[in-house]
Design a protein around this ligand. Structure first.
Ligand code: WT7
Length: 660
């Protein structure tokens, strides 16, 4: 499973209760748990009314009659972008900074809520002019620049649906996402800055829509990299030209609460990524609620920074929608943490007096490796809340984060959630919870989590089991784009109980994670239980990478495993059989370099294997299933486990001998 072994927890037994001063001015109090426990659904209705502006107030909260397809606040109407923009201006906060932006190359920009509202209004008019309307899909393939925020909000403002594709994904990945959602428009840039260089984006867009059958009608191009781009007249338009050519005014129209807001693709256990669908009212309610209460947001004074790229769900929920719905001031940074120097992040925290900081354990571990002398050169005293997301944070990293970055004082919230859950589901509330390193701890108020055994009964601490969400929640995914059967099969088939005479059906959401509850009742996440890897907090599917490998002409068969890795949590390790007529054409090193490049082209650099072992056989059961568990033993340098179910028990010996 993962790096969060129970052993390492035993070494850290300290608890960190909130300081009196912190608790005294904390946003969240114990009352939230009490209210939610008394009336879970009513609790969410109250939160939604308090946190959002509804053009048409809802009268129904949850409609679960067509489970597992949920409808929240279904008869209410709202505009998501209006909630993130106009209403703050109307409330007199137009001069508050919505975000400060730092380009990796030193460029900067700041947008107040008034300025951001004005920019989004123009962009909304551009989209309308280009024929985009309610329900149409718009692909966004951008670096972390202000236009990414503006583009996403403009799509939301007109009731269309965005599908943001991480800028590190290849043309092939972009193509499959555009095609799956039948997107009409792509918004991209002439480049972005990364590791001191401009990386191109436009060629990937051109490649993704080149086959002549693409549903894409227009490409909007933001100028950022100042590099040459190929141009298709009529189809391609410069963002700045288009914005200048439309009226400044745009009135936000209300859409029903279940109007789709976005699709975001994520890896599952099969080769094809799933388009996770989120809608408007419930999603915005839970991201706003969690952003405010989990991070103890005081919007008048805090400066918040979430380091996630907008291409991931963390960027959607905790860079765009949560913080902006709450009227927060935040920092956006385009590039890598170590460019031009290894203290860049800490320099930014010092410069903008960042008070709430949200990042991933993999980043923290890489800073640990460099050493505390780098952050120690900067004034980090503005920080008062730290967050972690994406994978389990091991207690050593937790303590380092608190001591070195948080000055030994800040609370750390370890937040568990997924692309599918839309918002944080398990986390401490600073000011309420006594913190325990290594544990995400407790479900947020209004969320019901259980740990079940394979047979579906609750397991008692300290035994491990499978994590399920036992009641619907506002920001839950509404489906997989275009594939309702896969939605039910993937998430709702394992533990749900069909209706029987006199008994309603019971629907339980299976998250794909292992977990256990400790004797205090705190939840400890143990990693994925399926063929999904977690590399640097990013989700990758073993099968997706295997498909990429076997698509290369020299490959006969491939098996991919996630091997424990000190820096990235897990790393991609591949075992490949080369076709016999190709085996002599190159050395194993050449073949492995070739295939690493091929995976980068097919999926993106995040999926590039750390190692590729060229082997003659793969371990298979008699029914032909590859036993990845054994390959994982090899990849992690362990004694090889039980091989008795293999069709040919000598295979593992041959593999491990060869690799020694
Ligand atoms: C998977 C979801 C949620 C945004 C980033 C990843 C793992 C996430 C934690 C945590 C232990 C975690 C789980 C989950 N995960 N947060 N705090 N502790 N594991 O989103 O790509 O949809 O991946 O990330 O395995 O299932 P995602």
């Amino acid at each position: 499973m993962s790096t969060n072994s129970i052993d390492s927890l035993l070494h850290e037994t300290r608890r960190f209760p909130p300081s009196e001063a912190f608790a005294a001015s904390a946003v969240a109090t114990n009352e939230l748990y009490e209210k939610a426990a008394a009336d879970r659904v009513g609790f969410w209705a109250d939160q939604s009314r308090e946190l959002l502006h509804w053009h048409t107030p809802f009268t129904q909260t949850l409609d679960w009659s067509n489970a597992p397809f949920a409808r929240w606040f279904a008869d209410g109407e709202l505009n998501v972008a209006y909630n993130c923009l106009d209403r703050h201006v109307l409330a007199g906060n137009g001069d508050r900074v919505a975000f400060h932006w730092e380009g990796e190359n030193g460029d900067t920009a700041s947008y107040t809520y008034s300025e951001l509202t004005a920019a989004v209004k123009r962009a909304a008019n551009v989209l309308t002019k280009l024929g985009i309307g309610q329900g149409d899909r718009v692909a966004i393939y951008l670096p972390v620049i202000p236009e990414a925020v503006i583009a996403m909000l403009a799509v939301a403002r007109i009731g269309a649906v965005h599908s943001v594709v991480f800028g590190g994904f290849s043309a092939e990945s972009l193509r499959s996402r555009i095609d799956d959602a039948s997107a009409k428009l792509v918004i991209t840039a002439d480049g972005g800055w990364r590791k001191g260089k401009v990386f191109p984006l436009k060629p990937a867009v051109d490649g993704a829509i080149a086959n002549g059958t693409s549903t894409i009608e227009h490409v909007l191009v933001v100028r950022r990299g100042e590099n040459e781009v190929d141009w298709t007249d009529g189809r391609d338009r410069w963002w700045h030209d288009e914005l200048a050519s439309v009226p400044a005014e745009h009135e936000a129209q209300a859409f029903e609460a279940e109007n789709p807001l976005f699709i975001l693709y994520t890896s599952g256990t099969t080769g094809k990524p799933k388009g996770i669908l989120h809608t408007s009212g419930g999603y915005l309610t839970q991201v706003a609620f969690t952003h405010k209460n989990v991070f103890d947001l005081h919007p008048e004074t805090d400066v918040y920074w979430c380091t996630a790229d907008v291409g991931w769900v963390t960027g959607h929920s905790y860079v765009i929608y949560g913080p902006l719905a709450n009227g927060a001031t935040q920092l956006l940074y385009e590039g890598t943490p170590d460019t031009p120097h290894p203290g860049r992040w800490w320099e930014l925290i010092q410069k903008y007096r960042v008070s709430i900081f949200y990042t991933a354990p993999t980043a923290i571990r890489s800073f640990m490796k460099i050493g505390r002398q780098v952050p120690n050169q900067f004034d980090l005293s503005s920080l008062r809340v730290l967050g972690s997301v994406g994978e389990p944070i091991n207690p050593e990293a937790w303590i380092w984060y608190r001591d070195v970055i948080g000055g030994g004082e800040t609370p750390i919230v370890d937040t568990w959630w997924q692309t599918e859950t839309g918002a944080i589901m398990i986390s401490a509330l600073p000011g309420v919870t006594s913190l325990k390193p290594g544990s995400a701890q407790v479900p947020i108020p209004g969320v019901k989590i259980d740990i079940l055994g394979e047979d579906g009964t609750r397991v008692d601490p300290p035994r491990g089991g499978l994590l399920v969400v036992s009641e619907p929640w506002p920001s839950m995914l509404r489906g997989i784009w275009g594939d309702p059967d896969r939605f039910i099969e993937t998430y709702w088939s394992k533990f749900s109980v069909p209706a029987s005479e006199g008994q309603d059906a019971v629907w339980k959401y299976f998250a794909g994670d292992g977990a256990h509850v400790d004797t205090d009742g705190d939840i400890v996440l143990l990693g994925r239980v399926d063929d999904v890897m977690n590399v640097s907090g990013h989700r990758l599917s073993t099968q997706e990478i295997e498909s990429a490998l076997v698509s290369h002409p020299i490959v006969a068969e491939a098996a991919v495993v996630g091997a424990a890795d000190e820096a990235t949590g897990q790393a991609v390790v591949a075992f490949v059989i080369i076709k016999s007529n190709q085996a002599d054409a190159q050395t194993a090193d050449e073949a492995s370099a070739l295939l690493r490049r091929h995976v980068t082209e097919q999926i993106g650099a995040i999926a590039r294997p750390r190692q590729i072992f060229i082997v003659a056989e793969l371990p298979k059961t008699r029914s032909g299933k590859i036993m990845r568990r054994l390959l994982q033993d090899v990849a992690e340098g362990r004694e090889i486990g039980d091989t008795t179910t293999l069709a040919d028990t000598s295979v593992m010996q041959i593999i491990s001998d060869k690799l020694k």
